[in-house]
Design a protein around this ligand. Structure first.
Ligand SMILES: *Cc1c(COP(=O)(O)O)cnc(C)c1O
Length: 383
């Protein structure tokens, strides 16, 4: 009966990543260099974007994307309240005001029908978040952005493998930000990438990611001859470095294999939980290829006879790791106090915020692990 604790997430890393990091270590070139450039190229090819810029997190990617979009103090940027801290925090870092649009109940993505009414003359950009890897309804978002001259920056932290109407996420908007954090679909420990469609913008992002110093500053120590660099913008220290890229190159080659396994596990969960009236699960729209990043259960407290937090405790006590993605950003103390957000403003997001939890979903899970999650959730509900 006493089984080992099943971690909420465990990355899939093996001798290939170990070998690749060793090689990078022994090469003597640790920081941004040939491996970063190779990873950028392969990642851009994978998502079908002409350009990709490696950075040290998705948070950094979103931040410099806002700067490159020309977001200034006093501007407004629209996003979803069901997201991680950084999506909203970077808007504040850019000096702008976060504006939220409520989510749709069946995907927890931004409800596009409410988007246009959130736009004011100060709105500058929209950050759609592809929650759990299910893509947002991008055609109307891009159309509305176009009509109001707004820049779309996608938060694709969950969405490396996602596609919308057959088009890969990363190839659609001016800029798309990805994460390689330890729990994401592929990992470099910490890391991120921005894809974009325009050479000038890619250049600007690369400059912003490395102190704002001029083109190819990372080459300044090579045999090509000494080159002076110029500061052309007050940039950031956000560059990806080669030890990260060494891991990322290996991970990227396995991305579709990992995706297949998570899809399989998601389907087992769908079958197990789809019929239960105590729990709601999210749906997959006809236009979507999901990345299956998270598996979300939404507890119906009256029917289940327990609250979400009781479910979290019960699962942990029975040896199953859990997560909450996410409690609505606008209800966190900073956002309430700084911007006056309160409960009642985004009812669908608030209900989800109180009721959702995430169960383990990763390729290193065995079939027995998956069955154990299913039977434990069911046992708690039937208790
Ligand atoms: C993880 C995450 C981020 C931040 O990614 P980092 O690489 O850790 O900066 C941003 N947005 C969402 C939705 C995330 O889940």
């Amino acid at each position: 009966m006493d089984q080992p604790f099943l971690m909420f997430h465990r990355p899939s890393l093996d001798h290939e990543e170990e070998q690749s990091v060793l090689e990078a270590l022994r090469s003597g070139w640790l920081t941004t260099g040939p491996k970063t450039k190779a990873f950028e190229r392969e990642f851009a090819d994978y998502v079908g974007a002409p350009y990709a810029v490696g950075v040290n997190s998705c948070t950094a990617a979103l931040h410099i994307a806002l700067i490159a979009a020309g977001v200034q103090p006093g501007d407004e940027v629209i996003t979803s309240p069901i997201t991680f801290a950084s999506t909203a925090n970077v808007i504040v870092h850019a000096g702008a005001k976060p504006v939220f649009v409520d989510v749709e109940p069946d995907t927890l993505n931004m409800d596009v029908s409410q988007l246009e009414s959130a736009i004011t003359e100060r709105t500058r950009a929209i950050i759609p978040v592809h929650f759990a890897g299910h893509p947002c309804d991008m055609d109307p978002i891009l159309d509305i952005a176009n009509r109001h001259s707004l820049t779309v920056i996608e938060d694709a932290a969950h969405a490396i493998e996602s596609a919308y109407k057959g088009r890969k996420i990363g190839s659609l908007s001016p800029m798309t930000a990805f994460s390689f954090y330890a729990t994401k679909n592929i990992t470099t420990g910490e890391g991120g990438m921005i894809t974009c469609q325009d050479a000038g913008l890619a250049e600007q992002l690369a400059v912003l990611s490395l102190h704002g110093i001029s083109k190819d500053a990372w080459k300044r120590y090579t045999a090509a001859g000494y080159q002076h660099w110029d500061i052309i913008a007050p940039g950031f220290k956000y560059n990806m470095f080669d030890l990260q890229a060494a891991i990322g190159l290996c991970q990227l080659r396995k991305v579709e294999r990992f995706w297949q396994r998570r899809k399989q596990i998601s389907q087992i969960y769908d079958q197990a939980f789809g019929e239960l009236e105590e729990i709601c699960i999210l749906s997959c729209k006809p236009y979507a290829r999901s990345a299956y990043h998270l598996y979300t259960l939404q507890i119906q407290p009256e029917r289940a006879g327990l609250m979400r937090d009781e479910m979290l405790d019960a699962l942990q006590q029975r040896g199953i790791g859990v997560g909450v993605h996410f409690r609505a950003v606008h209800l966190h103390p900073y956002y309430r106090e700084a911007f006056g957000f309160r409960r009642g403003m985004f009812p669908i997001a608030e209900q989800a915020s109180d009721q959702i939890l995430s169960i383990p979903l990763y390729p290193a899970m065995t079939d027995e692990d998956v069955q154990r999650v299913v039977s434990t959730v069911k046992a708690i509900i039937n208790d």
